[in-house]
Design a protein around this ligand. Structure first.
Ligand code: ADP
Ligand code: ADP
Length: 229
């Protein structure tokens, strides 16, 4: 079984401005093995966010199959949602919640019993212990990103999906975030992230899929892929 299994996935957005439809994904098939650190690499507009948003249940696919942890994202939506943690690209946080409050709200949304909540441990793991009780509006971009990762891990999902997690994050914080993601992966979490930086995919991922204009153009181990470039 795969952590993420996508078969012939396609998405066409109905055009808004001039009415012309936009093909964002065409017949994409890819499998993310359990335990992998998997990178979806491609330029802006390639379709990366669309794929992530379909897995997250935010965008409806046009056709094809998508399973997370074996659960069909439509027909077994509740189970699929429990199996996945999603870190969106936008740093959208309620500015008047503290990290601790945001974590508690998220735990409530996912029905994590109070006795099983690990708010302090997760905030410590992402380096936000000191800021746990500060309002989110006072957090830097890097801190917000780490809080989004912490929120995504509240229900201890086996699969963590991140859309361009280090976009706009400065070099030092990027390294911190990288080491946290490596640690999560070493502890058994399957990680799928999108990036348009080859260096990032190379530094983190053991498998890479390259996507361009909605088509999957390569998918292999990082080592084999780099040999071919
Ligand atoms: P990315 O940074 O992943 O390339 P974009 O900047 O293309 O994302 O898109 C930002 C937001 O605008 C997304 O929520 C996306 O769904 C939406 N969007 C992108 N392109 C269009 C479009 N042609 N029409 C309507 N919405 C769009
Ligand atoms: P990436 O994440 O690789 O930058 P996206 O998945 O954001 O790519 O976008 C793929 C294509 O779909 C782009 O041409 C983008 O403009 C278009 N697109 C994305 N979201 C929307 C939307 N909500 N409506 C219309 N077109 C969209």
């Amino acid at each position: 079984a795969y952590a993420v299994d996508v078969v012939d996935l396609a998405k066409t957005y109905r055009g808004k401005r001039n009415g012309a439809p936009v093909v964002a994904l065409s017949q994409v098939s890819l499998q993310v093995p359990v335990g992998a650190f998997f990178g979806l690499l491609g330029p802006n507009g390639a379709g990366k966010s669309t794929l992530i948003n379909i897995l997250a249940g935010l965008v409806l696919r046009s056709s094809g199959e998508a399973r997370v942890w074996g659960f069909d994202i439509d027909r077994q939506m509740r189970a699929a949602r429990r199996a996945i943690g999603v870190v969106p690209q936008e740093l959208n946080l309620d500015p008047f919640f503290t990290p601790r409050e945001a974590m508690e709200v998220q735990a409530g949304l996912y029905g994590v019993p109070k006795s099983e909540r690990r708010t302090d441990a997760i905030l410590a793991a992402v380096g936000l212990s000191r800021e746990a009780d500060s309002y989110a509006r006072s957090l830097s971009g890097g801190m917000r990103r780490r809080l989004l990762v912490a929120k995504a891990m509240v229900h201890a999902p086996p699969v963590l999906v991140l859309d361009e997690p280090t976009a706009g994050v400065d070099v030092e914080l990027r390294r911190q975030l990288w080491s946290y993601l490596r640690e999560l992966n070493a502890n058994g979490t399957t990680v799928l992230l999108t990036t348009h930086y080859l260096e990032e995919a190379q530094a983190l991922c053991d498998r890479i899929a390259i996507i361009n204009h909605g088509h999957l153009i390569a998918c292999d181990s990082t080592e084999a892929l780099l040999r071919r470039l």
